[in-house]
Design a protein around this ligand. Structure first.
Ligand SMILES: NC(=O)c1ccc[n+]([C@@H]2O[C@H](COP(=O)([O-])OP(=O)(O)OC[C@H]3O[C@@H](n4cnc5c(N)ncnc54)[C@H](OP(=O)(O)O)[C@@H]3O)[C@@H](O)[C@H]2O)c1
Length: 306
């Protein structure tokens, strides 16, 4: 198959590229990896997905059976202050890829977020629940989802959450870095969600490539916790000597008035995966422990906090 990965230099895009290079994921070998594929990974330096003419031109020259869109404006606080830029990437960029996939008959696997939900509930949201985003990030990602549905018949919208992996910046690396630097961390304890290892997500995205079970998917690590629980486990597994203390969202907002509002409860239920291609996500603690075991052997781990 001819497969395109956009956002190919980002956290998730790089993880996907490595899976195709290795011919396996951390969770196994999905069927598609057992056959020959033509995989191309691109980022904004090669194609700006917000430029409709550039996207049209790119797809005129290259046809794809499947596009995995990992490109996004992912800085949640930055989306508040740079709304137009976030709108362009998260909504218009998604629309442009959806139209291009429709025109070449390809599938589009579009990655979205738990932040499309308001966070007002207290039980995991399934794909049946209606989004009601409260941040610019969530709103622009939700419009992107709507465009994907509208313009591409062969779509998979895959909502993930609290993503971390070996490549790029993420919460896990930030906690290790800050823990080593300051010896103490204060982390929000009243927002709950699902930490998700990018390796587990990549496995499921690859499984969807040769499926025709189109629709909306929730795809997150099993089990839920607060940011505080997540941080405490990161610090423990990383062997960092730092004290982790809980705080409320109100306390955090008072100290960081520029920060976007985040949902209090955004845990997701992977119902669609369960009833279609299978939900193989590991419990978040197990996936984090596996990540940490590998990450501790890297030079980057040693350099954090210096
Ligand atoms: N990270 C999380 O915690 C999280 C949680 C839920 C959902 N998600 C979703 O998961 C997906 C992957 O996230 P990630 O963590 O891998 O993000 P990431 O590391 O920020 O990667 C996104 C990539 O998209 C590129 N990009 C930005 N604007 C572009 C444009 N106009 N054209 C082409 N490429 C562009 C970025 O390039 P630059 O770096 O040069 O801007 C970056 O390489 C996104 O859809 C995100 O919304 C992430």
């Amino acid at each position: 198959m001819n497969i395109l990965i956009t956002g190919g230099k980002g956290q998730l895009g790089t993880e996907l590229v490595k899976c195709f290079e290795r011919g396996s994921t951390e969770l196994g070998t999905p069927d598609i990896l057992k056959s020959e594929n033509n995989v191309r990974a691109i980022d904004v330096d090669e194609l700006d997905i917000t430029d409709i003419n550039a996207v049209r031109e790119f797809f005129r020259e290259n046809a794809f059976d499947c596009v995995i869109n990992c490109a996004a404006f992912t800085n949640v606080d930055g989306c508040e202050t740079s709304f137009d830029a976030a709108f362009k990437v998260n909504a218009i960029g998604a629309r442009n890829l959806a139209m291009a996939c429709r025109d070449c008959g390809g599938k589009l696997i579009h990655v979205s977020t738990d932040y499309v939900f308001s966070g007002d509930g207290s039980t995991p949201r399934s794909e049946c629940d209606l989004p009601a985003p409260k941040s610019a990030y969530g709103s622009t990602k939700y419009l992107g989802e709507q465009y994907v549905r509208e313009f591409c018949p062969k779509y998979f919208i895959v909502r993930t959450a609290w993503l971390y992996g070996y490549y790029g910046k993420n919460f896990v690396k930030t906690m290790i870095n800050a823990g080593r630097k300051f010896g103490k961390l204060t982390v929000v304890n009243d927002q709950r969600g699902n930490p998700t290892n990018a390796a587990d997500l990549a496995h499921h995205l690859i499984k969807l490539i040769d499926s025709e079970e189109y629709g909306v998917y929730h795809a997150t690590g099993a089990g839920e916790c607060s940011w505080y629980d997540f941080a405490a486990e990161i610090i423990r597994l990383a062997g960092v000597n730092a004290e982790v203390s809980p705080c409320t969202s109100a306390e955090y907002s008072a100290a960081h008035p520029e920060a976007a509002d985040r949902p209090f409860y955004s845990a997701l239920d992977n119902a669609m995966l369960r009833v279609t291609v299978g939900d193989e996500f590991r419990p978040w603690q197990e996936a984090l422990a596996c990540f940490m075991k590998n990450f501790r052997e890297t030079e980057e781990f040693g350099n954090l906090g210096k």
